[in-house]
Design a protein around this ligand. Structure first.
Ligand code: BES
Ligand code: MN
Ligand code: ZN
Length: 498
């Protein structure tokens, strides 16, 4: 779907969208449309229960007096409450309705909103952003869908005064959407297509945006002593990889880079501690953390962010086989710390242990934020509303919480502490990879990671509940969500650029 901006006018064909506010107050464009259609809009509002509240959509098919095939009125809620997320949701709602409706073009009229803090150009840019985010599809493996099941909408035009200003405001959002779409693609691909080497190759394509990409193979990782990561991959026929991406958008800066580290388990069977068959297919998206840092890199490089960022992802496949790691095996991590692997299904933390240690040692970053579909327990705690946030740094945690509110990608801070840390002490090694009893599983996982951050300001985001959605949301169609790209882009934009 193509996004465009144009000066205000009622189109001669296709769908036309106007807006209304809480008490049914029509926008200027809505009033003009009502007049041109002989009062069809007001009559339709009276006939139904449309109130103009946020997210409401009223559809009038084939109104007379004009060439358009349908008119939509979208509720924006209270004018004073209209924020970027509200505007994005409005654009998303329209696309959700029309994407496969048979309609090919839609024009969405944005007016000045009295009492809103957003300019028309900003509202327009966010409507377009929400529209684009909702238009995402992962259709490539359907070969037999009927034409009426496939998207029909090819053009979404936002009509607004000073459209050039809106186009400018949309430009960076468009680049962030590119990053989100890449993450969604990677997460949606099955594990026979996306495995460590092929995932690394996808990331390599970011070189054309000016990203420096290095890929370390098993021999190089063995030399570095990455016994924790390599142990996870040793049962797989696929070679493990360490992906290192650098964006230097602030070449004169003397500060260390910002570091983002992703769990990239391209398929998690559980290994010898094998998972039950039901639902195991979900574990194709156990590389969601890696997918997010790759998409984030694309977003930052795409919008030429003025900062230095390094993204690292540990890419492995966790399989049971004759060469697989056994429960009880002891491995030595790159940090020198030894780990008793009591459960081969607690593999993400083993991968991150070496990825985090490598990142802090090589790059001396200002902070490290890791993202991982790490525990089922975080879904028990927080459902699909927030990622679990674990940290040794209050400032960074608060900044992320604010970025979460601004982008709608929520984080919720969870406790950490010595009492939890003790639970991963092992009888035979420096630590074990699961807690002694099955309580507080997400927290003991975070305590494990903390032993590999070497005191660097750090946040761990457990995104197991966020990487995938089973139902459509305003700007996120069901499937891979791309969670984290917006959140982290915003963190960077608000605090670490220029
Ligand atoms: N990848 C899983 C966690 C997960 C579960 C992600 C459901 C998304 C949806 C992780 O590797 C795992 O298996 N964790 C175990 C840890 C346990 C063995 C301590 C879990 O959560 O059961
Ligand atoms: Mn697992
Ligand atoms: Zn896993």
């Amino acid at each position: 779907m193509k996004i465009a901006f144009a000066a205000p006018s009622i189109p001669g064909s296709g769908a036309y969208v106007v807006t209304a506010h809480d008490d049914g107050a029509l926008s200027p464009a809505a009033k003009a449309l009502d007049e041109r259609t002989g009062g069809a809009i007001v009559r339709a509002i009276k006939a139904g229960r449309f109130k103009g509240s946020r997210g409401q959509v009223l559809e009038v098919l084939a109104p007379s007096g004009l060439g358009i095939s349908r008119a939509l009125v979208v509720g924006l809620g209270k004018p004073g409450d209209l924020d970027p997320l509200g505007a994005q949701a409005a654009g998303g709602a329209v696309v959700g309705r029309l994407l496969t409706s048979g309609e090919t073009a839609v024009a969405f009229a944005v007016d000045h909103v009295e009492g809103a803090s957003l300019s028309p150009a900003d509202i327009a840019a966010n409507v377009a952003y929400g529209a684009r985010l909702r238009s995402y599809r992962f259709d490539k493996y359907h070969t037999k869908k009927k034409p009426e099941e496939l998207p029909s909408l090819v053009k979404f035009t936002v009509v607004v005064a000073r459209e050039a200003e809106a186009r400018k405001a949309f430009a960076p959002l468009d680049k962030i959407a590119d990053g989100i779409f890449l993450t969604r693609d990677l997460v949606s691909e099955p594990a026979n297509i996306i495995y460590p080497e092929s995932l690394a190759k996808e990331a390599k394509a970011l070189e054309k945006l000016g990203v420096k990409v290095e890929i370390l193979g098993e021999a190089q990782m063995a030399k570095l002593g990455m016994g924790a990561l390599l142990g996870v991959g040793q049962g797989s026929a696929r070679d493990s990889q360490l992906l290192v991406m650098q964006w230097n958008g602030a070449p004169r800066s003397k500060e260390g880079p910002l570091a983002f580290v992703g769990k990239g388990v391209t398929f998690d069977t559980g290994g010898i501690s094998i998972k039950p068959a039901g639902g195991m297919e979900d574990m194709k998206w156990d590389m969601g953390g890696a997918g997010t840092v790759i998409g984030l890199m694309k977003a930052l490089a795409g919008r030429k962010a003025k900062c230095n960022v390094v993204c690292v992802a540990g890419l492995v496949e966790n399989m049971p086989s004759g060469t697989a790691q056994r429960p009880g095996d002891v491995v030595t991590s790159m940090s020198g710390q030894t780990i008793e692997v009591l459960n081969t299904d607690a593999e993400g933390r083993l991968v991150l242990a070496d990825a985090l240690w490598y990142t802090q040692g090589r790059f001396k970053p200002r902070f490290m934020i890791d993202l991982a579909t790490l525990t089922g327990a975080i879904i028990v705690s927080l459902g699909h509303e927030y990622a679990g946030l674990f940290s040794n740094d209050d400032t960074l945690s608060e900044r992320l919480a604010a970025a979460g509110k601004a982008t709608g990608e929520g984080v919720w801070r969870m406790p950490m502490g010595d009492a939890y840390d003790k639970q991963i002490n092992s009888d035979i090694a420096d630590m074990q990879n699961i807690g002694g009893d099955r309580v507080a599983g997400s927290i003991t996982a975070a305590q494990f990671l903390q032993r590999f951050v070497n005191g660097v300001p750090w946040v761990h985001l457990d995104i197991a509940g966020m990487a995938w959605t089973k139902k459509d949301q305003a700007t996120v169609p069901k499937g891979g969500t791309g969670y984290g790209v917006r959140l982290l882009d915003r963190l960077v934009a608000d605090h670490y650029e220029g």
